[in-house]
Design a protein around this ligand. Sequence first.
Ligand code: 5GP
Ligand code: ZN
Length: 114
Amino acid sequence: MSDDCLFCAMVGGQVQADVVHETDTTLAFRDINPQAPTHVLVIPKVHQPNFAALAQHEPGVAVDLVNAVAAVAAQEGLGENYRLVFNTGPDAHQTVFHVHGHVLGGRPMGWPPG
Ligand code: 5GP
Ligand code: ZN
C-alpha cells in the first residue's frame, strides 16, 4: 500500500471500481475512459511502479498478472485478439504509477500507437 496511490485505494476499497476479475494477488476493473469496446486495467494488489519493478521484486505476482490478463480476455470474449499495453514512464503516457496492464479489444487496431 502506497499513500496517495489511486490504484492502491481501489485495492483497499476506499475508491470504487467496476471489478471484472480478482485473485489473491491481482485486481481487474474497467477503465473509466475506455478506448475500445473492452478496456480493462489489470493490476497487482501490491504496489510497484512499473512492470519491470514488479518482475524484479515480486516475480510470482508478475506471472499472476499475465495469467489474470488471459483470464480477463477469455471472460470478455476476446479470445487471442487483444492488445496488452503497459505504458511505462511519463513520455509513454503513464499517468498512474502503480503498474497496470491495459487490456484493449473488441475493435480492429492500427499500428504504430500514438
Ligand atoms: P496510464 O495513462 O497510466 O497508462 O493509464 C491510467 C488509466 O487509468 C487511464 O486509462 C485512465 O482512464 C484510468 N483511470 C484514471 N482514473 C481512473 C479512475 O478513477 N477509475 C478508473 N476505473 N480508471 C481510471
Ligand atoms: Zn499503488
